[in-house]
Design a protein around this ligand. Structure first.
Ligand code: NAD
Length: 281
């Protein structure tokens, strides 16, 4: 059987055009963003709203999530979601459909990080990181697929990390979860492509968010950023722009792929740094 799905018309917003109303990239589409209450998730919520979407901010942080939804107006709601809970997922998808209609986009963004060498990583911490960062995304994909079929297709973006492409010390559970996100992404992409559902992963380098504000993380991120080809920490909206692209019809032929915005982390910062020092000597 041959399957040929014509993508919806690609509409690129043009802020300079003011002659007639133009379509935005996500007009009337229902978007669920996990971990949407703060950090990069909140930035993604603002970005999708600006592109015409109806956004469900799904998070365990009720107060922050509700406050953000109120600020964003009628096109945003908050749904309390613990990504490790099947019941919460069912309730969130139902709330999304009730408020805005079938789900077109899922951003699996919720995540946590815990720092310790493997020998000192408690089993409970290992499980917690894997449950939220990896199992949460699997549950999310499972929960939205039938809704996306009703919408005629959709896009799922799993937020991995540069740590899903390389190793970081003292971070085994996180790194394993982020490599796992790539495997999940690729398998889901294979299974869902013929339903017109694309599944991709996004791999940020260091980004300024509450996750990287704690003392351990802030020190690790600052040290990493110093050695990058682009030697700084990114702002959340720099990742949001990539997420919007990957989720939009502009990326209609991309599935099962990795999209990287890492300031050059994967170029091999240590070697690069050493050579730069040698050249300067
Ligand atoms: P953050 O800590 O600021 O935000 C994470 C959000 O996830 C929070 O709102 C939190 O409440 C939510 N969350 C945590 N556990 C949850 C659960 N069980 N159910 C639902 N929501 C839950 O972090 P961030 O930096 O904005 O990170 C967002 C994503 O980007 C994460 O997946 C993270 O691993 C990834 N990432 C971050 C960086 C970085 O440098 N900040 C780099 C690469 C990848």
């Amino acid at each position: 059987m041959s399957v040929f799905v014509v993508p919806r018309t690609i509409q690129v917003s043009d802020a300079t055009s003011n002659d007639k109303p133009h379509m935005k990239r996500f007009d009337n589409r229902t978007v669920i963003i996990t971990g949407g209450a703060r950090g990069m998730g909140a930035s993604h919520a603002r970005g999708f709203i600006a592109e015409g979407a109806n956004v469900v901010i799904a998070d365990v942080l009720e107060q922050e999530g509700r406050t953000l939804a109120e600020e964003l107006g009628d096109h945003a709601i908050f749904s309390r979601l613990d990504v490790t809970s099947e019941e919460d997922w069912a309730a969130t998808v139902a709330a999304a459909e009730k408020a805005f209609g079938p789900v077109s986009v899922l951003i699996n963004n919720a995540g946590i990080v815990r720092f310790a060498p493997i020998e000192k990583t408690e089993l409970a911490i290992w499980h917690q990181v894997l449950e939220i960062n990896l199992t949460g995304s699997y549950l999310g994909i499972r929960a939205v697929v039938s809704s996306m079929r009703k919408a005629g297709g959709g896009a799922i973006v799993n937020i991995s990390s540069a740590g899903g492409m390389m190793a970081y010390p003292n971070n085994a559970a996180y790194v394993a979860s982020k490599w796992g996100a790539r495997g999940l992404t690729k398998t889901a992409a294979l299974e869902l492509g013929r339903d017109n559902i694309r599944v991709n992963s996004v791999h940020p380098g260091p980004v300024r968010t509450p996750m990287t504000a704690g003392p351990d993380a802030a020190a690790a991120v600052a040290a990493e950023a110093r050695h990058l080809a682009i030697p700084r920490v990114a702002e959340p909206d720099e990742i949001t722009r990539l997420v919007l692209f990957v989720a939009s019809d502009e990326a209609a032929f991309s599935t099962g792929s990795e999209f990287i915005a890492d300031g050059g982390v994967l170029l091999g910062p240590a070697l690069q740094h050493a050579r730069a020092e040698a050249a300067a000597a």
